[in-house]
Write a protein that binds this ligand. Structure first.
Ligand code: CAA
Length: 257
């Protein structure tokens, strides 16, 4: 992998993916996104991995889709390249992904962070959808996910002016889970991952799928979906183990079965 560093067992049950195109501020070219899709597919299939942390570096999570790669393309080129099937595959990752964001998370970089399930931000993180400044608009979910996260007013202002949002403001607006000093952002994301990795991996996947369903359905449909997944956890040994451990006043041992 040229543009990623992937460590499947960074910590027990926790994989770490680092975007690694530092000179270009981790601009998301097609190759990088293809590598990311393949890495996530393989980590999703790895039974030893329960949670994935995705990060960049201190200066940039990712400064967007690669403008140099896109600049000369026609609409038909874009249609034929069909980069968003890669994004659609990433979206299907069943295990939770935590974005550890420092520095720039712009355009596709902001969209990638929002595609993750939670975001831990460093104090220096800046979020933005600046595509409008280069004559285009968000194409990887920004108008939808940002609006759902921060509401119409902020989303509209960011998308129409390209103005960045600071980490602190992003926290106030509900875009990120928490903001920590720069030297701690990865550590904090890993800490959150460790917490989740202790749970039943089956229940975690079903719960993630159910929370995401809230964005795709009316309330009654979402409730029915949730109920189905809730019942399904009762087909796992982990549910028996979790409830028995509670009754026996001991810590559960979840095995993902
Ligand atoms: N694509 C390609 N290269 C990029 C890039 C991008 N999105 N962002 C930064 N780079 C490159 C720069 O061209 C520069 O390369 P060179 O050294 O070869 O000139 C290098 O990364 C460092 O960047 P800067 O010198 O510009 O660094 P800076 O600190 O002065 O500015 C910045 C940082 C504000 C992030 C600025 O680089 C910038 O505005 N980048 C573009 C942000 C943007 O518009 N993103 C949206 C892209 S479109 C998109 O994402 C569509 C979509 O929805 C999928």
């Amino acid at each position: 992998m040229d543009y990623l560093k992937v460590t499947p067992n960074h910590l027990p049950h926790i994989a770490l993916i680092q975007l690694n195109r530092p000179k270009e501020l981790n601009a998301l070219n097609l190759q990088l996104m293809g590598e990311l899709r393949d890495a996530l597919r393989s980590l999703d299939a790895d039974t030893d991995v329960r949670v994935i942390v995705l990060t960049g570096n201190e200066r940039a999570f990712a400064a967007g889709a690669d403008i140099k790669e896109m600049a000369g393309r026609t609409a038909i080129d874009m249609f034929n390249v069909d980069q968003f099937t890669t994004w659609d595959t990433i979206k299907k990752t069943k295990k939770p992904i935590i974005a550890a964001v420092s520095g720039f998370a712009l355009g596709g970089g902001c969209e990638l962070a929002m595609l993750c399930d939670m975001i831990i931000a460093s104090e220096s993180a800046q979020f933005g959808q600046p595509e409008i400044k280069i004559g285009t608009m968000p194409g990887a979910g920004g108008t939808q996910r940002l609006t759902r996260a921060v509401g119409k007013q902020w989303a509209m202002e960011m998308v129409l002016t390209g103005q960045f949002m600071s980490a602190e403001k992003a926290y106030q607006a509900g875009l990120v889970n928490r903001v920590v000093p720069v030297e701690l952002y990865l550590q904090e994301a890993l800490k959150l991952a460790q917490q989740i990795a202790q749970m039943s991996p089956i229940a975690v996947k079903l719960a993630k799928e159910s929370v995401l369903q809230a964005f795709n359905s009316h309330l009654d449909e979402g409730l029915a979906f949730e109920r189905k997944n809730f019942y399904l956890t009762f087909a796992s040994n982990d549910q028996k183990e979790g409830m028995t451990a509670f009754v026996e006043k001991r810590a559960p041992r979840f095995e993902g079965k």
